[in-house]
Design a protein around this ligand. Sequence first.
Ligand code: AMP
Length: 219
Amino acid sequence: MIAVFLGPPGAGKGTQAAKLAAKYGTPHVSTGDMLRDAVAAGSDLGLRVRSIMDAGELVDDVTMGEVIRTRLAQPDAAGGVILDGYPRNSGQAEFLDSLLAGTSHRGVDLALQLSVPEQYLVDRLSQRRACPQCNAGYHLAYKMPSVQGVCDLCQAPLMQREDDREDVVRERLRVYQEATAPLVEYYENKGILRAIDGVGSIEAVFDRADTAMGQAVRA
Ligand code: AMP
């Protein structure tokens, strides 16, 4: 099963993708996490993408194509993946299709769109915190760590992502509308789009995402 998540920044894609991945035993492939790891490691890739990410812009398609091609070629991806943050524009969606055409997956099976009205997003993102060590995500209202400011999993101090600052968030939302939102139609035309309401508790949204995933697995 190849599932892709669509939805604006702050819709909860990372949280829901991680929960589905745990339930279905499928790798959660977050290109944002992969790039943040590269930045933290100070690799060539990290040095190239850091300022682009901090500004809320998209990394170029050739670089991202190489990132996703390498990741999908790893053995743990052979049984399927849940993609979060890729594809981000129509060029990437077409590249993904061409990449999958040469594998046993043949194509994307499910595009899950998390719909969240814009007025919620800036608020959600500004209250988001992340562990710089293991990428675990927290939220000051919905998903507090047990000890304030400390990751439950690896005890590292939590940080606010550089690109969760309000001015960068507004740019990310603009980029989403311009480049990524058209993918909804791309996957709708393929008959594999499932839109779910992304407003509600993490568990309530998960139930909806899980139902859509379960139906796609059985189809
Ligand atoms: P995310 O964690 O998915 O919000 O991604 C954080 C940042 O990483 C984005 O704002 C982009 O700068 C970059 N990024 C992640 N995935 C992609 C992608 N598929 N294409 C281009 N840039 C990406």
